[in-house]
Design a protein around this ligand. Sequence first.
Ligand SMILES: Cc1ncc(COP(=O)(O)O)c(C=O)c1O
Length: 360
Amino acid sequence: MDALRHVKPVVRGLRAYTLQARPATVKLDQNENPFDLPEDFKREVVARALARDWARYPEFDPTELCAALARHWGWRADGVLAGNGSNELIEALLVVTVGDGTPVLIPEPTFTLYGLLSQVLGGRLVRVPLGPGLEYDADALSRARREHEAPVTIVCSPNNPTGSVLALDAVSRLCDEADGLVVLDEAYHEFSSQDAVPLLARHPNLVVLRTFSKAGALAGLRLGALLASPELVREVNKARLPYNVNFFSQTAALCALERRSLLDERVARLVALREALIARLREQGGLRVYPTAANFVLVELEAAEPKAVYEALYARGVLVRDVSSYPRLSRCLRFSVGSEEENEALLGALREVLAPVEAR
Ligand SMILES: Cc1ncc(COP(=O)(O)O)c(C=O)c1O
């Protein structure tokens, strides 16, 4: 019996999105917020959850949450969809737009989930390489979009794992050039100085994705959002699973929005820590540091082998992300910006690990 023959061949040919979840005292591999929310915040969320009947489903449409998200980001509530992490909304969006042979324009390298899900759905990936310094090449994106008449163009800005940003005027131009959707994933936007939401009013083909997993310090509770025109949101909503956001996560997100200054202060600290980390990495030598507008830094090793450095850092208690299997990044590692102590631990471990290579 070969039950697997009923799985789509394209799916059987793909590699799953996986992560080596290794325990570590200094965890800098997932671009998480190193500053957990304070205990009084957590107690408030738990208290509100205790006041509710857990045997009942959450609201059919999380209207209070969507209204609060809309106010927070400056968009209309009927143009907001909440999800169990933004990953879930990426999936819903691709489900309603990508079918057999649909060209999906994807910069390379970028967040792998887009390519994986597009292929599961039968889409045809059109990969557009980033520029020589791993910056976005807006003209190349436009050209490829025209040539392939791509109905879906993905742009993560800041991009994961490079940290690159596509300027808002280039986003606007892309939206103006054709009616294909431009999906702007702003998972890290709080760490950059860009906000694409004001563009939504002018561009009915723009979709913005946001998450509470990074600046929001709620990765464990899974909360993401999709912002677009109400007409488009109504269509994506058809592929959203019923009751996708549990009431606990909804409550936590509402509490986070009520205490915005708590998160803003953490973002400001992380941006300062990022700049300090970049300066120290540049002094370190033996590596090239790419510009970043996110809460992580991509480095290219000059002489050392990324896999060996990754393991040597791990042996010293520091877990980073080995991105050397990504296209164009065969010599690269990615470091999340951690707390001051975590960044010191990373820098200390790197010094030890890279010194013997440089001394050769
Ligand atoms: C660009 C990008 N989009 C989306 C996500 C997923 O976020 P969420 O935790 O909201 O599913 C990530 C996570 O690393 C990401 O890097």
